[in-house]
Ligand binder design. Structure first.
Ligand code: FAD
Length: 368
């Protein structure tokens, strides 16, 4: 049977960060990822600057990504508001970011297996990790398999049986858009973001309620219906050239509670919890949680401790201290902005009390 000191299931941002960090500390790491990199993913691709120093230190070069320091809110009714972003971010495609992080992890010594994991079982004192082709063994497993995976069903995680009405749709376009700006565009049944990525492509990614989506026959016509309704989106995208053969879409995006550990598997990134996309902080949280978990696990292994409960409690406490407030604020924001007329009210309030918006943004982000 194949074995590894640590197995990481899921090579997205959280898994790749944990893999690079642990491998750089001399740990034996094997990452299972079901889809060969690079590939595009549904994501707004606005990366908060709070993780840039860490990524630089990790050998991930992001110099080509445009710096974004302005937020524009725009409602379908034609109201808009522009404000500076307290910390700001960069526009970087998942195609590039995940791939560059993968290269850094591989360089640090992490081993990659491009297979889908079908089961993970705790067989004291080891896990058994099974793909269609092979079975592996490891004393530690990190679950960084994202928002929803077959493994959540296999592990019988409570949230898996709950359905969510939210869908995500994304397309890159060739068109003009200010490089220093991220736009948040509200419409009936959802909202979307526009920003420029490192390749010069403009990313339009939106979250939409499935009832609203069902009014249209497919992803492309759904986007067209939004352009009809929203003058701000129409102005940018009406003449724009789509750069993928088809839009990317995902459904059943669950934002509720999940456990940071299940059957001794330590979770990171969206596998623990997804922050509402309007905060533009999910990627930074995935990277940060991968780093935190790597540090906690390395300390535990170094200490020669056999008490797994202690490891799990320590990680849970650090995770909650770091992320709980921003998740709570993000959920309240989503409620306001997706309520009828919510964005208009937000724009009016933001225009009257400019520091309000900056305070909310700060509360949904970390610090450098
Ligand atoms: C509509 C939308 C817009 C967003 N916009 C932004 C934004 O602008 N800024 C921002 O910071 N965040 C944004 N986010 C959030 C961000 O995309 C996520 O938080 C981030 O991708 C989480 O990374 P992750 O590593 O946890 O998961 P993922 O990136 O999803 O990685 C999980 C990986 O696990 C793999 N996997 C799953 N199951 C298995 C298996 N059984 N075996 C092997 N591999 C497996 C998958 O192939 C995948 O590569 C947005 C999210 C949505 C839904």
């Amino acid at each position: 049977m194949n074995s590894s000191e640590i197995i990481i299931i899921g090579g997205g941002l959280a898994g790749l960060t944990a893999a690079r960090h642990l491998a750089a500390m001399g740990r034996g790491v094997t990452v299972f990822e079901k889809q060969q990199l690079p590939h595009h993913k549904v994501c707004g691709e606005y990366l908060s600057k709070e993780v840039l120093p860490y990524l630089k230190q990790s050998g991930v070069d992001l110099e080509d990504a445009p710096h974004i320091d302005r937020l524009v809110l725009s409602s379908a009714g034609g109201k808009s508001l522009s404000c500076p972003l307290p910390l700001g971010g960069i526009g970087i495609s998942r195609y590039a970011l995940d791939y560059r992080l993968y290269q850094a992890a591989e360089k640090a010594g992490a081993v990659f297996v491009w297979q889908s994991v079908e089961a993970v079982l705790w067989r004291d004192p080891h896990f058994q990790v099974t793909t269609r082709e092979e079975t592996w063994e490891a004393p530690y497993v990190i679950g960084s398999w994202g928002k929803r995976s077959v493994l959540d069903r296999v592990q019988n995680r409570g949230f898996f049986s709950k359905s969510s009405p939210w869908m995500g749709i994304k397309m890159h376009y060739r068109t003009e858009y200010p490089k220093d700006q991220v736009g948040l565009y509200g419409f009936e049944g959802g909202y979307g973001g526009l920003s420029v990525t490192e390749s010069g492509a403009v990313n339009f990614c939106y979250l939409i309620h499935k009832e609203r989506f069902r009014e249209t026959p497919n992803l492309e016509s759904c986007t067209k219906s939004l352009l009809k309704e929203h003058p701000g989106l129409r102005e940018v995208l009406e003449e724009a050239e789509p750069l993928f053969p088809k839009a990317l879409g995902i459904s059943n995006i669950y934002f509720g509670h999940k456990e940071p550990n299940k059957d001794h598997v330590l979770m990171a990134g969206d596998a623990v919890r997804l922050i509402h996309p309007l905060c533009g902080n999910g990627m930074a949280m995935a990277i940060e949680s991968g780093r935190l978990l790597a540090e906690v696990l390395d300390e535990y292994i170094k200490g020669g401790n056999e008490n797994r409960r202690l490891l799990e409690q320590t990680y849970r406490k650090i995770w909650e201290k770091t992320f709980k407030t921003r998740l709570w604020v993000g959920a309240r924001l989503q409620q306001v902005l997706t309520s009828p007329n919510g964005l208009n009210i937000g724009i009016q309030a933001g225009a009257k009390v400019p520091f309000l918006l900056r305070t909310v943004i700060r509360k949904t982000h970390g610090t450098v």
